[in-house]
Design a protein around this ligand. Structure first.
Ligand SMILES: [Zn+2]
Length: 137
């Protein structure tokens, strides 16, 4: 797995939007998030495997089926989350982390602390959400 915490800020490329210390903190947050997601999916899979080893009758089969569907849905959701975390970690590697994809301004350290996978600054995000609400009406 490519999720590894950088030991010092010097291990990370320079980033125009964040100080080395801020970048290191956020890199750790992202790695921890990835580990958390992986941990969660391992737990769900282990539970399901356990259930499937019981003697199957018709009811158990049906429930195993919906469990499997549930596991797949869960896996898809986790996959999307992991994708976002991976993208953010890649951005750090490329020295482009913290830039708003919409306006090119810095997203800001405080926003990234609460939402390290954010790709837009709060202004652009609010704008997009407003637009989405209007087009949903
Ligand atoms: Zn923006």
């Amino acid at each position: 797995m490519q999720f590894e915490k950088a030991k010092t800020a010097k291990d990370l490329p320079e980033d125009p939007y964040l100080s080395p210390k801020e970048l290191l903190t956020l890199q750790h947050l992202l790695v921890e998030r990835a580990e958390g997601i992986l941990e969660g999916s391992r737990g769900a899979v282990a539970e399901l495997t356990e259930e499937r080893s019981m003697p199957p009758d018709a009811i158990d089969m049906a429930s195993a089926e919906s469990d499997r569907e549930f596991a797949i849905r869960l896996a898809r959701r986790e996959h999307r989350l992991i994708e976002k975390v991976l993208q953010a970690l890649q951005c750090i590697k490329d020295g482009e982390y913290g830039e708003c994809l919409e306006c090119g301004e810095a997203i800001g350290y405080r926003r990234l602390l609460t939402r390290p996978v954010a790709r837009m600054c709060i202004d652009c995000k609010t704008q997009t959400e407003k637009f989405e609400r209007i087009s949903a009406m």
